[in-house]
Design a protein around this ligand. Sequence first.
Ligand code: NAD
Length: 285
Amino acid sequence: MTAQIINGKDIAAKKRLEIAEEVVRLKDLGVTPGLAVILVGNNHASRTYVTNKEKACKELGMHSLLIEMQEEVSEDELLTKIAELNETPDIHGILVQLPLPKHIDEKKVIESISPLKDVDGFHPINIGRMMTGQNAFLPCTPYGIMVLLEETGISIPGKHVVVVGRSNIVGKPVGQLFLNQDATVTYCHSKTNDLPFHTNQADILIAAVGIPNFIKAEHVKNGAVIIDVGINRNEAGKLCGDVAFDEVSEKAGYITPVPKGVGPMTITMLMYNTVKSAAESLTRD
Ligand code: NAD
């Protein structure tokens, strides 16, 4: 079998057209969706992510505000800035680019963002709402994965989904979103015994490990759907995922490539959440 490629770039482009239409509708109603991004320090990768988010906002006709803070900024100063943005009417989404410098408590910072503007979906209130199936901002990468499957026409109820990785931003929430859609979910992680036994049960396998080419053909059942969340560099410095693409795509039914798989969906869902927040602000005011 040779797997069908799930093209995240095309699906993201389609979603962005829908989002752009919603931006036009909201502007006609007098609201321009606005996203504030706080960047602390000078981490190269963080700066690239932030630049891409600003670019996406501009392309969709949204308002974007970049707030740069020095590496040495105090936790109090950062919290004060977030409190101010929580009260700023033309800002509908607040994102603090992670990781933060060690002297700042990330949990405290995330909890200081109003859950109504937490478009990253990291606030415990949004996580709790997601877990209980209520209206919430869903974390962008897991949400993007669900949209990829929906757009590809892959049915979820009753499927066995195996998630490799249990981070708070990818592994744990993506398993929950599948559970919410009636999948049977298994989580694997660094302490899991006999990983291939579990991954070979997967109708849908999510790789969110952060190790280049970690998932091999031996981990995969014939015809499985493989979602590769990893963004890594191989020994040659080339971008690669967590899945050994060439050998796994010989066995899988569907597979996401890296790049142009899950990656483009993350920023797209951030834009979606910001626009959703702007629309919801209209019904609250
Ligand atoms: P993380 O480091 O927080 O978590 C990695 C997880 O992998 C851990 O839960 C750990 O238990 C598990 N793990 C490690 N070694 C393992 C092993 N030998 N067997 C089984 N499980 C093992 O990483 P993360 O933040 O979840 O990110 C994972 C990958 O996804 C990274 O490559 C990251 O760059 C990428 N990522 C991509 C996007 C995107 O937009 N595409 C977004 C977030 C993260």
